[in-house]
Write a protein that binds this ligand. Structure first.
Ligand code: NAD
Length: 493
């Protein structure tokens, strides 16, 4: 079995304790590699290495232009290693090679984009009403950033943090999910090859309690950039408040995908299927609540049943496969128990609803559709993170909006209609970080992404987000010889 190691200060090292955790290939249902089961000692070593790199002239002395060049170089290396990295991700989390290849081939764009932005963050000279003072601002990096990620798209989620954070001049300790760490280790190795000084990007593997929690409360960490569940996000926010760390939280969702009768129904059906069956529903932006206008209710459900029946399920490495297994055993059990709970609640299955037996013993769950779901039902409220759709009928626009917004979450929403005035009204009314009109699951390095309510705090991607890894400094420069008239009062201008 292959053993992957931590990377601390440029050195590949096992956990100080010598302990290992197995990592599962969910398609074969067998452990395929081992990762370090790190703890406080490894956290301390990694934060020390990142703090030393932050101060060292090899990194702190680089111009923003030089940092940008390094980011572009690592983007090229990632592009050159896309197939290898994508295969590691598939092995670890069972997602489709097709999807992971697209992610890996697009990830370099984030490094090129923020590489270009690195030397375009400008301070200002402030026109203060004091001729004898020259006042200006500069933007400085925060220090050591802890990037903690989920297992569903490890490298994309990490890229959203590393690209702006490194462009801004910070250093990193990365903590990938214990269920899918291998690709992150292979990815971080590329940074040193690109010329980043050792210690600028460190990675330590282990559990949320063993590594994540001590990392969050480590006094040497300035910012936590987190992607994961809302439960862990809230615990992290609380812990980080103890010493006022900066925090960005990208959390879960229960996103409404809203189909009006006037939509292009073929496109809408494809959008609904892509919203819930792509990645076997293991995506934070899953359109897991389908809000369906009553006048098209029955025929649309029939179309969806037909699509679910024809989903090609199997080996995630096969380019023909449309849905792979669930990523790990605890998660597989959670999704099956959500389905069982929904049945107990009396909800009606329109398609699927069972685990699937396969020759490899993989962790497969059928594409599943529950119909006539009340928005108050548990299935409509909790994030399943699996291929399980709750279909909710609505009468008109006002009711659709009311149901859509009646959720603790607000990550994304889809609207399918040909009426652009309605699309505009809906986009204004939806309480959600992203609204897709006649499309779904579309992302870009230029487009800010994140949630409202329990779906998160802060945004990732887009021009402004580089500043979420920086802080302004204001400099007051007195260029006169005059002494203050009264040193005991504040100098306000
Ligand atoms: P999770 O919260 O269980 O774990 C995420 C990461 O946090 C892991 O690395 C884990 O080890 C670590 N962790 C757990 N508890 C911790 C703690 N108390 N302190 C510090 N670290 C801790 O989530 P998961 O099961 O890995 O991922 C699925 C969740 O992630 C879903 O809710 C999904 O919606 C969300 N997600 C959100 C986005 C987004 O961008 N909004 C993207 C992908 C996934």
């Amino acid at each position: 079995m292959e053993h992957f190691t931590n990377i601390i200060g440029g050195r590949s090292v096992p956990a100080a304790s010598g302990r290992w955790l197995p990592s599962l290939d969910p398609y074969r249902n067998e452990n395929w590699c081992a990762i370090p089961d790190s703890d406080q000692a490894d956290v301390d070593a990694a934060v020390d290495a990142a703090a030393a790199a932050f101060r060292a002239p090899e990194w702190a002395g680089l111009s923003a232009t030089a940092r940008g060049a390094l980011l572009r170089r690592v983007g090229d290396l990632i592009a050159g290693n896309a197939a290898r990295l994508a295969e590691l991700e598939v092995r670890d989390n069972g997602k489709l090679l097709n999807e992971m290849l697209i992610q890996l081939r697009t990830i370099p764009q984030w490094f090129y984009y923020y590489g270009g932005l690195a030397d375009k963050v400008e301070g200002a000279v402030l026109p203060i009403e004091r001729p004898d003072h020259f006042v200006y601002t500069t933007w400085e990096p925060l220090g050591v950033v802890a990037a903690i990620t989920a297992w569903n798209s490890p490298l994309l989620l990490l890229t959203w943090k590393l690209a702006p954070g490194l462009a801004a001049g910070n250093t990193f300790v990365v903590k990938p999910s214990e269920f899918a760490s291998a690709s992150t280790i292979a990815f971080v190795e590329l940074f040193e090859q690109a010329g980043f000084p050792p210690g600028v990007v460190n990675v330590i593997c282990g559990t949320g309690q063993g590594v994540g929690a001590p990392l969050v409360s480590h006094p040497g960490v300035a910012k936590i950039a987190f992607t994961g569940s809302d439960a862990a996000g809230k615990a992290i926010n609380k812990a980080a408040a103890a010493d006022l760390k900066h925090v960005t939280l990208e959390l879960g969702g229960k996103s409404p995908n809203i189909v009006f009768a006037d939509a292009d129904l073929e496109a809408a059906a494809a959008g609904v299927a892509s919203g819930i069956f792509a990645a076997a529903g293991q995506t934070c932006i899953a359109g897991s609540r389908l809000l369906l206008q009553r006048s098209i209710y029955e025929p649309f459900i029939e179309t969806l049943r037909e699509m679910a029946r024809n989903v090609k399920i199997g080996d995630p490495l096969d380019p023909e496969t449309q849905m792979g297994p669930l990523a790990n055993l605890p998660h597989y059990n959670k999704v099956l128990s959500c389905i069982a709970d929904a049945r107990k609640e009396g909800l009606v299955v329109a398609w699927g609803g069972k685990a699937m037996e396969t020759a490899t013993g993989g962790l497969f769950v059928e594409p599943t559709i529950f119909r006539d779901v009340d928005n108050e039902a548990e299935l409509a409220r909790r994030e399943v993170f699996g291929p399980v759709l709750a279909v909710i009928p609505f009468e008109d626009e006002a009711e659709a909006l009311r149901i859509a917004n009646n959720s603790q979450y607000g990550l994304a929403a889809g609207v399918w209609t040909k009426d652009m005035a309605r699309a505009f009204r809906m986009s204004k009314g939806l309480q959600s970080g992203t609204v897709w009109i006649n499309t779904y699951r579309a992302l870009s390095y230029m487009a800010p992404f994140g949630g409202v309510k329990d779906s998160g705090l802060g945004r990732e991607s887009g021009q402004e987000m580089i500043k979420s890894y920086m802080q302004p400094k204001t400099v007051w420069l007195n260029n006169s010889d005059q002494r203050p008239a009264n040193p005991f009062v504040m100098r306000l201008a």
